[in-house]
Design a binder for this molecule. Structure first.
Ligand code: PLP
Length: 402
């Protein structure tokens, strides 16, 4: 993990303000003919080494666009992990398809390829894999399954921007990848936003059209094209050839997003540095097991996540530990989200006579109750150090076995 140069950095300390001002004042000092969304898309695809990048207004809409591009429709099944946010299942349901949940690995928290294979049926059309907390999914076996069963792999990389799997960025390994630029994510385009990437031109066109109200002139790389007024101002001019929704990113958000993306390496280094501080703080504690990073993976640490086993080992519950840490001056940390099929929005939903809550993924259900997600988005590293020291003090107070 690299050392950052300054102890404290503002959230929007790059060109964000300059770009948004240029946008608002319609200034274009460099006479750049491209729109802000085009500029963000171009720099994203160049950096990530993918052929196509499509801005959108959230990770959730990006998932919906990816599923539509993959041709997922009514009756199809889509396999996704049991340990994730609800939005993956929402997007599947909004396509009229059936979410099928696969269990996860106890050490990495990510989808288990073996369970994915067990859940494949003739109706399976796609797999959504989620690189949780900043750690890549084990992609090689997933891509082998996709080839064997002719499935589309959608990478939900909302939490893993710039994470790597054997040298490749997450989101660029599957057939289509989806990032979120929501406020708490590695980078933001204001408060909401997202990006869909793919190397497949057909998928790119379909995703862009679905998220862009289906304008017929849209291509893999062009969201807006200026046509001659004489052809558009015509009662016979037909605009739309695809049924879509409006998931486009606004120009103002793209201007902020570009400013953020220009400094993405520094932003991620800080997350990694914070994670290292917390990792050092729990070193030697047998009942706080940090998310395992296999050889060849680079974790971009959306959070520093641990499997908390204090309840069984020292008789201190998750909630008691939380209260003590906060009382001693630590920052509140999140748990993993409730398993999607157990959330009130989904648990009573019946599909083909089966309730979603009948899905049983026991590893995910156990982990969800134990995971602690410590924040890593410190912009002042002195504060991060103090919080990590608080954690260490608490472990000593709880009589951490040496
Ligand atoms: C794994 C994962 N997928 C999808 C999303 C949805 O992204 P957004 O909030 O931008 O819609 C999130 C956001 O929390 C997420 O963490």
């Amino acid at each position: 993990m690299a050392n950052s140069e300054k102890a404290s950095v503002g959230k929007f300390s790059g060109n964000e303000l300059k770009y948004i001002t240029e946008y608002l004042e319609h200034e274009n000092p460099n006479k750049d003919p491209r729109s802000w969304t085009q500029r963000l898309e171009e720099s994203f695809r160049n950096y990530m080494g993918v052929k196509h990048a499509i801005t959108c207004n959230s990770g959730t809409s990006g998932l919906h666009m990816a599923l539509a591009a993959a041709g997922v429709g009514p009756g199809d099944e889509v396999i996704s992990p049991a340990l994730t946010v609800v939005m993956d299942a929402y997007a599947i349901l909004h396509r009229g398809a059936v979410p099928v949940f696969a269990d996860v690995d106890l050490l990495t928290y990510n989808i288990l390829p073996e369970d994915v294979e067990r859940k494949i049926t003739k109706k399976t059309k796609a797999i959504i894999v989620v690189s949780l907390e900043g750690l890549s999914v084990h992609m090689n076996p997933i891509m082998k399954l996709a080839e064997k069963y002719n499935l589309i792999v959608i990478e939900d990389t909302a939490q893993s921007l710039l994470a790597k799997y054997h040298g490749k960025y997450t989101g660029t390994i599957g057939h289509i990848g989806v990032y979120s630029f929501e406020n708490k994510k590695h980078m933001t385009s204001g408060s909401e936003g997202g990006m869909v990437v793919t190397n497949d031109e057909r998928l790119a066109i379909r995703a862009r059209k679905f998220g862009g109200i289906g304008y017929k002139h849209m291509s893999a790389d062009a969201g807006r094209t200026s046509l001659a007024l004489s052809s558009v101002q015509d009662p016979d001019y037909e605009r739309f050839d695809t049924i879509g929704l409006n998931y486009r990113m606004s120009e103002a958000c793209a201007a902020i997003g570009l400013g953020q993306f220009e400094r993405i390496e520094k932003i991620i280094e800080r997350r990694q540095e914070s994670a290292q501080l917390f990792s050092d703080a729990i070193d030697g504690c047998g009942w706080m097991v940090q998310q395992y990073v296999p050889e060849g993976y680079v974790n971009s640490y959306y959070t520093f996540a641990v499997d908390y086993k204090g309840e069984d080992n020292i008789g201190v519950s998750w909630k008691e530990f939380y209260a003590s840490y906060v009382e001693m001056g630590g920052d509140g940390f999140y748990s993993a989200c409730v398993i999607p099929y157990l959330e009130p929005a989904l648990r009573d939903k019946e599909i083909n006579g089966k309730k979603l809550s009948d899905s049983k993924c026991t590893v995910a259900e156990g982990l969800q109750k134990r995971i602690m997600q410590f924040k890593t988005n410190y912009r002042d590293m002195d504060i991060a150090k103090r919080k990590a020291e608080v954690l260490k003090k608490l472990l000593c107070r709880l009589d951490m076995p040496k």
